[in-house]
Design a protein around this ligand. Structure first.
Ligand code: BDR
Ligand code: CA
Length: 303
């Protein structure tokens, strides 16, 4: 099994990614670390606890940074609802939060893991940047980073910036400059990776998870139910277990941290204009039909 740590801000598409990862036979989820993003870190932590209880998995949840490194915090509750996971009444979680800050919990899990760990950030990159800065000696224990964020084309939060990168551009810049093996699963694929209205109907009738997801999907405004629901974060999990669904290119990526219009934009140098050393594998296309079939099959395997 591949040991992974999911750094997350649940978030409706985060919830789908977490559900699939927790039940995937190739994945060993060591930790959910939480970050302020779609909603506050108090809410994303509570949501992560609700999810591990719902899925009846004994996975630690560690609470991370409550704001970006340098800029003010801006949430995304207009997309994910006030609680971040609107539409379904989860019981209040009983499980306790991990006693350590996420950054220290990540270190602990990485140092205690027999095999190198894959980091899967699906929210703003604040925790990961802090972790790499505080504990550079842990880098040799990281297999790679597969992150949801960025875009080689248009943005979603601003005309050019994707939300996770926009929310903490300085952190993203640190991560891309870390020298680690990085895969960027950005909007070029995640905007296409939708669940169709038919998929959503099928999911409702699958099982308990399907009913839960269906209720949340009614409150997910990332895409309307009619045009398809964007499964951004699930694409990062799909890439780890089914890379053949994706078309990628290795190139130089950096992050614009300021600019009148461009803060949070990823500069993806597909044509090697800057003649810089490549530092990331960038996902550029996805087999949408195969992704949809895979996603429904994975959800059928949950509780
Ligand atoms: C990303 O932003 C969040 O709203 C989603 O959960 C996803 O991680 C998409 O831009
Ligand atoms: Ca997310």
């Amino acid at each position: 099994k591949i040991p992974i740590i999911i750094d997350t801000d649940p978030g409706i598409d985060d919830a789908v990614a977490i559900g699939v990862a927790l039940f995937h036979k190739k994945l060993d989820v060591k930790l959910l670390s939480t970050i302020a993003g779609n909603v506050s870190v108090e809410k994303t932590t509570n949501n992560a606890l609700k999810l591990v209880e719902f899925f009846d998995k004994d996975i630690p949840v560690a609470k991370g940074a409550n704001k970006p490194l340098c800029i003010p915090y801006e949430d995304s509750s207009h997309i994910h609802g006030e609680s971040g996971m609107g539409g379904y009444e989860f019981p209040e979680p009983k499980k306790a939060i991990h006693p350590e800050h996420a950054v220290n919990a990540i270190r602990e899990m990485i140092m205690n893991s027999e095999d190198k760990v894959t980091l899967v950030p699906i929210g703003p990159l604040t925790n990961i940047a802090l972790f790499l800065t505080l504990y550079p000696e842990c880098k040799s224990r990281i297999e790679r980073i597969v992150l949801m964020g960025g875009s080689a084309s248009a943005g979603n939060h601003t005309p050019t910036a994707e939300y996770n990168i926009f929310a903490d551009p300085e952190a993203a810049k640190i991560v891309f400059a870390s020298g680690l093996d990085i895969t960027m699963v950005g909007l070029d694929v995640t905007s296409k990776a939708t669940l169709s209205p038919d998929n959503v109907e099928t999911i409702r009738d699958l099982n308990e998870t399907g009913r839960m997801m269906y209720s949340m999907f009614q409150h997910y405004r990332g895409g309307s139910l009619r045009t398809g629901l964007k499964m951004h974060d699930l694409c990062a999990i799909a890439y780890i277990v089914n890379p053949e669904l994706f078309k990628t290119q290795v190139c130089f990526v950096d992050v614009e941290t300021s600019g009148t219009y461009t803060a949070g934009t990823t500069i993806v140098d597909l044509k090697n204009r800057y003649h810089r050393e490549p530092n990331a594998t960038v996902c550029l296309d996805i087999d949408v039909d195969a992704f949809r079939a895979w996603a429904v099959e994975q959800l059928a395997n949950t509780r």
